[in-house]
Design a protein around this ligand. Structure first.
Ligand SMILES: [Zn+2]
Length: 65
């Protein structure tokens, strides 16, 4: 089953990796980092850990749209 379509999941992942990698706690710009995404039902849970201060940010997006 071949498909060239990018899934909504991939789009969201790319979108998040392009922005908001600056830690709000210490201001560290995690240029090489990324939001790690995990699907849970119809939601995607994102998690980013600041390598400088260890602050953990979480976001949850719904795929319903
Ligand atoms: Zn930080």
């Amino acid at each position: 089953m071949a498909s060239t379509h990018r899934s909504p999941f991939e789009r969201l992942r790319t979108q998040y990796n392009d922005v908001d990698l600056v830690c709000p706690s210490c201001g560290y710009d995690d240029e090489d980092g990324e939001w790690q995404a995990a699907t849970a039902g119809r939601t995607v849970q994102y998690r980013h850990v600041c390598p400088s201060c260890g602050a953990i940010r979480r976001r949850t997006l719904s795929l319903d749209s």
